[in-house]
Write a protein that binds this ligand. Structure first.
Ligand code: S3P
Length: 449
């Protein structure tokens, strides 16, 4: 929901070795998609392991507003009675997607080819973010959008009465844009084709296939071509949401930089479109291994073991890996501060339009904590000082961005002085159990005041 409560300042203090097992909540990307595709199928979809973070709860509320029945059983199972492709009702009220770019962009896509009108809004962070990247392709289907200047929320979408199928090349590497187009394509007759030059997370494609849509993916010289047959009847599914690698990143990185740590993070989804951080950390010399590699529900899964790694080295992160770790650069930049030498991150312009401008937010906070950072429009370089030589001691602004808040709290666990974030409230959007989970590993993170 928009409007967070009063800010929750939090401070992390240098901690002894982190130890134990970190049970990570469900994947945020997959949780949004399970609710939306459940709402577009006919019959009852059951979801276990759904992330109950605020972003996903906002999407659940939105699906109810479009006519689906969405209930949570006492045992934590979610049941969704869908209305079928093209069956969305017109919401009575404004749809408030809170902090969630994924929620609003996917839902806009899902309703854009139905004859309904809906108005979307969000919190101060979401209302600054660019929406033209989805409303441009949705206009090709025949949907109309009217929003604030610069294509910002609040925004009203008038769904197309007689949608046309679309062939669209996504101009920026964005799974949200790709997914919005595919979800819109569900209620257009004929084939909708999406082309992406850089492969982004493919959960929508995998899940659409699971719900019975005809969808194919082909890697060609032109890029990855995804073709969807419109107007399928989606059959309800039973979905076990894997645990979120983007959330796992925080205890994993905390263990790597905190002396004496050894942490097990079980059952983490290692879809190759999501696992770039772990490869990067291994290249930096991290003591990080995959145990019990297996496949679950069509996704590769493993238990991660991360141990204190005193000899981390800065590296150049290959730009072509960016999409597979786009949400992990903030916490990577913290690990980079504890490595020897420079970590160079290029081809990451998209970081500037996330919940905050993540290059700016991290560079400012890292500098305040004694780390040299250089940055440009689509690159940044963190000059690491090595283990034991990261000063810390500053207060950092989290800019309504969960990943910025968690990254600086990880930094404080191994810096020489405590690190404070002005507001840890946004952490609840994606990782509501972050504080108790980190405390159970031995991390000294406290709410101030
Ligand atoms: C997401 C896609 C990414 C990512 C976001 C989740 C998704 O955004 O940053 O946290 O679930 O599709 P972009 O599509 O803007 O790259």
């Amino acid at each position: 929901m928009s409007g967070h409560g009063a800010p929750i300042p939090m401070t992390s203090h240098r901690s002894g070795g982190l130890a134990g097992t970190a049970d990570i909540p469900g994947d945020k990307s997959i949780s949004h998609r399970a609710l939306i595709l459940g709402a577009l199928s006919v019959g009852e979809t059951m979801v276990t392991g759904l992330l109950e973070g605020q972003d996903v709860l906002d999407t659940a509320r939105a699906m109810r507003a479009f006519g689906a029945e969405v209930v949570r059983d006492d045992d934590g199972t979610w049941r969704i009675h869908g209305v079928g492709v093209g069956g969305f009702a017109e919401p009575d009220q404004v749809i408030d997607c809170g902090n969630s770019g994924t929620g609003v962009r996917l839902i806009m896509g899902a309703m854009a080819t139905s004859p309904v009108t809906a108005t979307f809004t969000g919190d101060a962070s979401l209302n600054k973010r660019p929406m033209a990247r989805v409303t441009d392709p949705l206009a090709l289907f025949g949907a109309q959008a009217v929003g604030r200047s610069g294509g910002r929320l609040p925004m009203t979408i008038v769904g197309a009465r007689d949608p046309l199928p679309v062939r669209y090349t996504v101009p920026v590497p964005s799974a949200q844009v790709k997914s919005a187009v595919l979800l819109a394509g569900l209620n257009a007759p004929g084939q909708t084709v999406v082309i992406e030059h850089e492969a982004t997370r493919d959960h929508t494609e995998r899940m659409l296939a699971g719900f019975g849509a005809q969808i194919t993916t082909e890697d060609t010289a032109e890029g990855r071509i995804i073709t969807l047959e419109g107007q399928p009847e989606l059959s309800p599914q039973t979905i076990a949401v894997p645990r979120d690698p983007s959330s796992a990143a925080f205890p994993v990185c905390a263990a790597l930089i905190t002396e004496g740590s050894d942490v097990l993070v079980p059952n983490i989804g290692l879809n190759p479109t999501r696992a770039g951080l772990f490869t990067t950390l291994q290249e930096m010399g991290a003591d990080l291994s995959y145990e019990n590699l297996r496949e679950e529900g069509g996704e590769p899964v493993a238990d991660l073991r991360a141990s204190f790694s005193p000899d981390l080295k800065g590296i150049e992160v290959p730009p072509e890996r960016a999409a597979s770790m786009i949400d992990e650069y903030p916490v990577l930049s913290v690990v980079a501060a504890f490595a020897q030498g420079a970590t160079v991150m290029r081809g990451v312009k998209e970081l500037r339009v996330k919940e905050s401008d993540r290059i700016e937010a991290m560079a400012t906070g890292l500098r305040a904590n004694g780390i040299k950072v250089e940055d440009g429009p689509d690159w940044w370089i963190v000059h690491g000082r090595g283990h034991g030589d990261v000063p810390g001691g500053a207060t950092c602004a989290s800019h309504l961005d969960h990943r910025i808040a968690m990254s600086f709290l990880v930094m404080g666990l191994a810096a020489n002085q405590p690190v404070t974030v002005d507001d840890g409230g946004p952490i609840a959007t994606s990782f509501p159990i972050f504080e108790p989970l980190m405390a159970s590993l031995g991390a000294d993170i406290r709410r101030d005041g």
